[in-house]
Design a protein around this ligand. Structure first.
Ligand code: KIV
Length: 277
């Protein structure tokens, strides 16, 4: 199935997100890593699906986002884009550029962003960083590829920080973050994710910038919210930071379903005649 922005009038675009900010409509964003989930989330009306490099954690079981490769991101992204195309086609799909796919040089970043856009038919790429990557953001947006920024806690820099604690609590770091957000907006980004920073700072960035600000652990004043789908579904029992609201306990539900299945097989109650040919 082929989609074009004209064909699907409801498709969420960068323009639509800007209008939402201007009209005070909140933007909903969730991560997705596979076809089935993308279909469900698109059907549910989620505005933006992020193929996050958090796939490295929740799909592959790595302790950080660093190991995921561009080929692995392409695999997840293709599945998600296919899911959206096969459902309402409404959700915007944004792909995280993985660690070291955009940091080496502007040219390499552009090549990889182009590869992602060409191979995935997605809507935009997301990059972590402030002033250090401003030229790269400009270079990518100049050729027509929409870029979403990511500031605050940047998981690709976890070894530099040494912990996942709340960022920009001190005045100097807070001022730097606001300045970085302005620079990334100036460089051409259409939106910025702010991760795990004080609500008051996120509110100030949201008010100061024209482009939409999407928060994760950044309070209610942002223009929108993003969470990792596995977290809101309660798939991981061990991971429950304060910024995650759990809407289901699928860890328990799946375990119970699998236990019941094992029992039915062992007790020879599955398959029944009705479930057989
Ligand atoms: O990779 C990811 O899931 C993200 C979100 C946490 C914003 O970047």
């Amino acid at each position: 199935m082929n989609r074009s922005v004209q064909q699907k009038a409801s498709h969420v675009t960068t323009r639509r997100l800007l209008d939402m900010k201007q009209n005070g409509e909140k933007i909903s964003m969730l991560t997705a890593y596979d076809y089935t989930m993308a279909r469900i989330l698109d059907r549910a009306g989620v505005d933006v699906l992020l193929v996050g490099d958090s796939a490295s954690n929740v799909f592959s079981g790595h302790s950080t986002t660093l190991p995921i490769t561009i080929e692995e991101m392409i695999y997840h992204a293709k599945a998600v884009v296919r899911g959206v195309h096969d459902e309402s086609g409404r959700a915007m799909v944004v792909i995280d550029m993985p660690f070291m796919s955009y940091q080496l040089s502007g040219e390499e970043a552009l090549r990889n962003a182009g590869k992602i856009m060409k191979e995935h038919e997605c809507d935009a790429v997301k990059l972590e960083g402030g002033r250090v990557i401003a030229d790269t953001v400009k270079r990518i947006t100049d050729v027509g590829i929409p870029v979403m920024g990511h500031l605050g806690l940047m998981p690709q820099s976890i070894y530099k920080y040494g912990s996942y604690r709340v960022r920009a609590q001190e005045e100097r770091e807070a001022e730097q973050l606001l300045e970085d957000a302005r620079i990334i907006e100036q460089a051409g980004a259409f939106a910025i994710v702010l991760e795990k920073i004080p609500s008051a700072l996120a509110a100030s960035v949201t008010r100061s910038l024209t482009i939409p600000i999407i928060g994760i652990g950044a309070g209610i004043e942002c223009d929108g919210q993003v969470l990792v789908i596995n977290d809101i579904l309660g798939l991981n029992r061990e991971f429950h930071p304060r910024f995650v609201r759990r809407y289901a306990d699928l860890n328990t539900d799946i375990e119970n379903a699998a236990r019941q299945y094992v029992q039915d097989v062992r007790q020879k109650s599955f398959p029944s005649p009705d479930e057989s040919y």
